[in-house]
Design a protein. Sequence first.
Length: 225
Amino acid sequence: MKAIIVTGAGTGLGRELSLLLAKQDYHLILTGRTEDKLNNVKAQIEQSGGSATALALDLRNLEDIKEKALLISKKHEIYGLVNNAGLGHFGPFSETSDIEIEEMFQTNVFGTIQMTKAILPYLELNNAGLILNIVSTAGLRGKKNEAIYCSSKFAVRGFTESLQKEYDGTGIRFVAAYMGGMNTPFWDESEHVADPSRLRSPAGVAEIIIENLEKDEIVIESKKS
């Protein structure tokens, strides 16, 4: 059974994408920093007849990324990677701390790049595979009080578009999903969005993404229709 790795799989969009991909006969490698949440998703997948592995992974730790990629490759045929994990600190640029800047780039940019670098060789072995980068509409346009967050997402956009050109004509595809804010725990510790309930659900966004995976670019605005 081919395996797909999902980062940030314990909650929100990562969780919903994992549940849907498991129904397409992939073995899901659920990664994140909170094992309890990963195990809950694993149990839900298995209760629905799917197959999954929960694996703690810290995207801020390059050695952990390399070790877990090797571990996964020894047990599974890796077909895909969903770079979903991300974080954001919002507010005036002048009030953004150095630590917040580093955290956003460490997870959103370097985590995405290093996960891709670690997994891509296994896709190249078969000249087949899919890497889905969850970018956000913050990678399409600048937004007030999101200077660093948007900067990190623009970086992922450039990374994705460059790899699309680099691997054009091979069996390896890179897809960028640009979705607006969702009603997820992402906003639990932030007042940046006054009423997250007005936003799309992660389940609904996940369905749109899965239905459009043949495209190189998927754009989903945040407001409910």
